[in-house]
Design a protein around this ligand. Structure first.
Ligand SMILES: Cc1cc2nc3c(=O)[nH]c(=O)nc-3n(C[C@H](O)[C@H](O)[C@H](O)COP(=O)(O)OP(=O)(O)OC[C@H]3O[C@@H](n4cnc5c(N)ncnc54)[C@H](O)[C@@H]3O)c2cc1C
Length: 461
C-alpha cells in the first residue's frame, strides 16, 4: 500500500518537512482520512482529481550560504587555503598544459600567479565562459544557461506544510507558457519560498537579471494553482536568483529545465590540454558525491597518495559533536535569549560557541542587531574576522541570514554598516555606498520590478 500510495497519490499532493521525531524520507502516515486532511491543507488549491496524500518527511537547508561556508571551513581546517575576492583572470598555459592561473585581488588590484599541477575550474555559470581562453571556442558555442528564480513572499500558506503542486491552465485565456510546471511552496523563516521558475538564458553570466516578464510568467503560473489574488507582486519580499546549466531537451510542455546531471570534463581527453579539469554542478543535493568523484579523479591524475576522498564520512564544520537539544538547558554565560541561541544552533551548530565567545568578551556584541529578533551583533564581527566578509552585502546576504528573507529594515542595515565600519575602517562615503548597494538588491516598493533586479551572486564575492 505504501508503494502504491507513493507512486499514485503523491502525484497530486506532496507534503511538508519532517516534524520532530519523524525520519526524513519516510512515509509517516497513510490513514484513509488523509484525503480529507489533504483537501483541508490545500484549501482552494485542491483539485477535484486529488484522491489522497501522504505525509512525506523531507530535509530543508535553513541557510544555504552558511552551508557552503561550513564546507569551506571544514576544508580550511585540514589545509585548504581559502581566499575571498580573488578573481581567476586567465589560465597559465604553456605547450598545451595549464599550470595554474593568473589572479587579481579585487580589493587591492594586485595581480599574482597561483601555480598548480592540476587546476579545477568550478566557476558555476562561468565555467564554459572562462574556458574560451584555452579552448578557443567562440561564445555562440557556449551551452545555454537557465535562469532559476525563487520568490520569497510574506505569507504563510498551507498551514505551515510544504506542498508541491502542478501549475495548470487558469482558463482566463492568457497565453502563458508557464503552465505544467511543478511549484514548491515551502514555509521558511516566517515567509513562504515559492519555486522554482526557470527561463533559458544566453549571454554573459554577470549580465543576467530578473526581468519583468519573468515575474509576470511566474505569477501567472502561481495563479494556475492558487486563486486569483492569493499571491501578488506586492507580496514579494525578495528573490533568490541564479544561473544553472540547462537541460538541452525540454519536456513535452516546452518548459525549460535544469540539466539532468553535472558536467565533468578532463580537458586532456576532450581538448588535448593537460592539467585542467572542469566541473559544473546542478544541485546541492548531489554536490557531495560530485566533489568526491572529482577529487578522486584529480588525485589519480596527478599521482597523489591513493587515499579515497573522505567527504562521505567527514562531518562538516559545525556538525561534529553537535549536541542538538534545548538551548535553554545549556550553560548561558552571556545571558543570551533562548530564541537567539536556537537561531545560532541552526546557523552555526556546534560552532555557536565562537559567536558566544565574541558576545561574552564584548557585551555590546551580545545584543541583537537593531530591528532583528535573532541576529546577534557578534555574528557580524565573527563574519568579518573569521569568514572574510568585506562588504555589507557579504554580511547581510552571505554570512548572516539578516537580509535573505526580505529587507531587514533600514535601521538594521545602518546598525550593521556601523559595526562593519568600526571593524573595516570605512568612512562616511564608503558606508553610504555599501548601504546603497544592498538597498538596490531588494525589489522596488512599486509593482515589481520597478527596474531590473539583479540578485545573482556577484562573481568573486
Ligand atoms: C533559485 C535557485 C534555487 C535552487 N534550489 C536548489 C534546491 O532546492 N536544491 C538544490 O540541491 N540545489 C538548488 N539550486 C542549485 C544550487 O544553488 C547549485 O547547484 C549550486 O549553487 C552550484 O554550486 P557551484 O559551486 O557549482 O556553483 P556556484 O554556486 O555558481 O559557484 C560558483 C562560484 O564561482 C565564482 N567564480 C566565477 N568566476 C570566477 C572567477 N573567474 N574567479 C573566481 N571565482 C569565480 C562565482 O562567484 C561563484 O561564487 C538552486 C539554485 C538557484 C539559483
Amino acid at each position: 500500500m505504501r508503494d502504491g500510495l507513493r507512486f499514485r497519490h503523491l502525484r497530486g499532493c506532496q507534503a511538508r518537512r519532517a516534524r520532530p521525531g519523524e525520519r526524513p524520507g519516510s512515509l509517516a502516515a497513510l490513514p484513509d482520512h488523509f484525503r480529507k486532511e489533504c483537501r483541508t491543507i490545500l484549501g482552494s488549491a485542491a483539485k477535484p482529481s486529488i484522491t489522497g496524500g501522504a505525509v512525506w518527511g523531507e530535509g530543508l537547508v535553513q541557510n544555504t550560504e552558511r552551508f557552503v561556508l561550513s564546507i569551506l571551513r571544514s576544508a580550511a581546517s585540514i589545509g585548504l587555503v581559502a581566499a575571498n575576492y580573488i578573481e581567476a583572470k586567465r589560465f597559465l598555459l604553456r605547450e598545451r598544459r595549464v599550470f595554474g592561473i593568473e589572479a587579481v585581488d579585487r580589493l587591492t588590484g594586485d595581480r599574482f600567479e597561483i601555480r598548480a599541477r592540476c587546476t579545477l575550474n568550478a566557476t558555476g555559470p562561468w565555467a564554459h565562459h572562462i574556458l574560451r581562453q584555452v579552448t578557443g571556442r567562440n561564445p555562440e558555442e557556449t551551452p545555454p544557461l537557465l535562469k532559476a528564480i525563487d520568490l520569497i513572499v510574506g505569507r504563510t500558506l498551507f498551514d505551515g506544510y510544504a506542498v508541491g503542486l502542478q501549475s495548470r491552465p487558469t482558463g482566463d485565456g492568457s497565453a502563458s507558457k508557464d503552465r505544467g510546471r511543478l511549484y514548491f511552496f515551502v514555509p521558511w523563516r516566517g515567509t513562504t519560498m515559492i519555486g522554482t521558475y526557470y527561463a533559458p538564458y544566453r549571454g554573459a553570466p554577470e549580465s543576467a537579471s530578473v526581468e519583468e516578464k519573468d515575474i509576470e510568467e511566474f505569477l501567472d503560473g502561481i495563479r494556475g494553482i492558487l486563486p486569483e489574488g492569493a499571491i501578488t507582486a506586492e507580496d514579494i519580499r525578495f528573490l533568490h536568483f541564479g544561473l544553472l546549466p540547462m537541460n538541452m531537451t525540454t519536456d513535452r510542455s516546452g518548459v525549460a529545465s535544469p540539466a539532468g546531471k553535472p558536467w565533468f570534463c578532463d580537458h586532456a581527453r576532450i581538448d588535448g590540454i593537460e592539467g585542467l579539469v572542469s566541473i559544473q554542478g546542478v544541485k546541492y543535493t548531489t554536490s557531495r558525491v560530485v566533489a568526491e568523484r572529482t577529487v578522486d579523479h584529480i588525485s589519480n591524475k596527478i599521482g597523489a597518495r591513493k587515499t579515497p576522498c573522505r567527504t562521505g564520512t567527514t562531518a562538516i564544520f559545525g556538525e561534529a559533536g553537535s549536541e542538538r537539544g534545548d538551548p535553554a538547558e545549556k550553560e548561558n554565560p552571556g545571558n543570551i535569549p533562548d530564541a537567539v541561541r536556537r537561531h545560532l544552533e541552526i546557523n552555526y551548530g556546534s560552532e555557536s560557541s565562537r559567536i558566544l565567545g565574541y558576545a561574552v568578551a564584548r557585551p555590546e556584541l551580545a545584543r541583537t542587531v537593531t530591528g532583528s529578533q535573532e541576529v546577534l551583533r557578534a555574528e557580524l564581527v565573527h563574519g568579518i574576522r573569521e569568514e572574510m566578509a568585506q562588504s555589507l552585502g557579504d554580511l547581510v546576504f552571505r554570512r548572516t541570514d539578516l537580509g535573505t528573507a526580505g529587507h531587514p529594515g533600514r535601521e538594521s542595515l545602518d546598525d550593521c554598516a556601523g559595526i562593519a565600519a568600526g571593524e573595516l575602517g570605512w568612512d562616511a562615503q564608503r558606508i553610504s555606498r555599501e548601504l546603497e548597494k544592498v538597498e538596490r538588491s531588494y525589489p522596488g516598493t512599486a509593482i515589481l520590478p520597478a527596474r531590473q533586479i539583479n540578485t545573482v551572486t556577484e562573481p568573486w564575492s
